[in-house]
Design a protein around this ligand. Structure first.
Ligand SMILES: Cc1cc2nc3c(=O)[nH]c(=O)nc-3n(C[C@H](O)[C@H](O)[C@H](O)COP(=O)(O)O)c2cc1C
Length: 147
């Protein structure tokens, strides 16, 4: 088992439709080859992470590198003990999806923090982290969170 991740620059136009289509075909192919991972696209750059059996990853990365719709700039690869994203054949991680997940997580953490009866150092560290993360997301997304 191994993973490869890379950053590439697009050489074709990728609008929302084209991206969804790419993620969709990739997801179907990857399911067949037992490959999992995710894809991000922003400012004309891709970030993709793929993981799976050595053979499948070697073949797929060859296809991807040869794809004229982009040019790979940097890549990283290593062996892997266990999949990090067993449920994602090729998840398109848009800002919306990321923020939704981060928010979901934050809300859960916030609920947990609020149910504590004694205030200690570990708890205050967590509270500060939650507040800072919400501030970052809000700044980034201009998203209002009601309390
Ligand atoms: C940024 C980017 C990411 C891609 N990711 C995948 C992928 O995860 N899986 C995949 O099968 N094809 C992916 N492709 C497409 C491959 O480069 C190639 O077109 C495809 O593997 C060929 O599949 P086919 O032989 O079934 O036509 C990606 C292409 C680009 C530009």
């Amino acid at each position: 088992m191994r993973y490869v991740c890379y950053i590439s620059e697009s050489k074709a136009v990728f609008d929302d439709n084209a991206l969804e289509q790419l993620a969709d075909t990739s997801s179907k192919n990857n399911q067949e080859y037992g490959v999992t991972g995710y894809l991000c696209f922003k400012n004309n750059k891709f970030f993709q992470y793929i993981e799976g059996d050595d053979r499948a990853i070697t073949q797929l990365i060859k296809n991807i590198v040869e794809d004229p719709r982009h040019q790979v700039l940097y890549s990283l690869a290593d062996e892997l003990e266990m999949r990090l994203f067993p449920d994602w054949n090729m998840k398109l991680l848009t800002d919306d999806v990321v923020n939704e997940k981060v928010l979901e997580d934050l809300i859960m953490q916030r609920m947990e923090v609020m149910s504590h009866s004694n205030w200690n150092k570990a708890l205050s560290d967590r509270v500060i982290t939650i507040v800072q993360t919400i501030a970052k997301i809000q700044k980034y997304n201009n998203l209002a969170i009601d309390t």
